[in-house]
Design a protein around this ligand. Structure first.
Ligand code: PGA
Length: 252
């Protein structure tokens, strides 16, 4: 089983100068260890600043999005080649805010996953149901479709390199995290879909929980053996809170 992963998704917050200051403050209170892997996903414009400020620490750099093409006439897009060159290790793909606000479909997400893997970057595929879908009892069906279509034609050895983040849409940015039971149930289902389709051991891949993770609820979430870390939004914007969440993962 890979180590736990705590991922900080800054979304559209922090300029490059603010990013530099954040990393300086964060490294005063957090010393990376092997037991938990940590990554930071700043906006594109702060990737270089975060990369430089992280220096030789083991904290990984991630992008929040990517274009599915390597290069070409795609105004405003950023390719995996460019991210790799900047020192990124991970790329978040299919975040629900991309699906909701920018119309990203499972098929586009699939194209991006192929492209990310082809450039030796590690994708973090986000899946999750809306409140209406949960209330209608459609969560398992929605999650399975997002995985099957998002990972269409991805071979088992590539799926092993993947991280999946279960992020219920109703829990993102609302302060209303899923309960440990709700998250565990879906994580187990995700594991089953992966095992059935790709015949690989669920223990080989990490499944993170995301959606209103904070310093208070992190410990109980990480007590579930089905939850292998977190994708943190709001609570990662403060160095103290982010460090507390990482410590909770270390303890459990
Ligand atoms: P949140 O965001 O922690 O602010 O709910 C999580 C995410 O969108 O990845």
């Amino acid at each position: 089983m890979p180590s736990s992963l705590i991922a900080g998704n800054w979304k559209m917050f922090k300029t490059a100068s603010e990013a530099r200051l954040f990393i300086q403050d964060f490294l005063k209170i957090y010393t990376p260890t092997d037991s938990v892997e940590v990554l930071i996903a700043p906006p594109f414009t702060a990737l270089q600043a975060v990369h430089d400020a992280l220096g030789s620490t083991t904290i990984a750099l991630a992008a929040q999005n990517v274009c599915g093409e390597k290069e070409g006439a795609f105004t405003g897009e950023i390719s995996p080649l460019m991210l790799k060159d900047l020192g990124c290790k991970y790329v978040i793909v299919g975040h629900s805010e991309r699906r909701q606000h920018y119309g990203e479909t499972n098929s586009l997400i699939n194209q991006k996953i192929h492209s990310v893997l082809a450039h030796d970057l590690l994708p973090i595929l986000c899946v999750g149901e809306s409140l209406e879908e949960r209330q209608a009892g459609h969560t398992p069906r929605v999650i399975e479709k997002q995985i099957q279509e998002g990972l269409h034609n991805i071979a088992a050895d590539q799926v092993r390199q993947l991280t999946i983040a279960y992020e219920p849409v109703w829990a993102i940015g609302t302060g209303l995290a899923a309960t440990v039971e709700q998250a565990t149930e879906v994580h187990i289902q995700i594991g089953q879909v992966i095992e059935e389709k790709w015949k690989i051991d669920r223990q080989d891949i990490r499944i993170l929980y995301g959606g209103s993770v904070n310093a208070e609820n992190a410990t109980s979430l990480f007590q579930s053996s089905a939850i292998n870390g977190a994708l943190v939004g709001k609570a990662c914007l403060n160095p103290d809170t982010f460090a507390k969440i990482i410590f909770s993962a270390k303890k459990t």
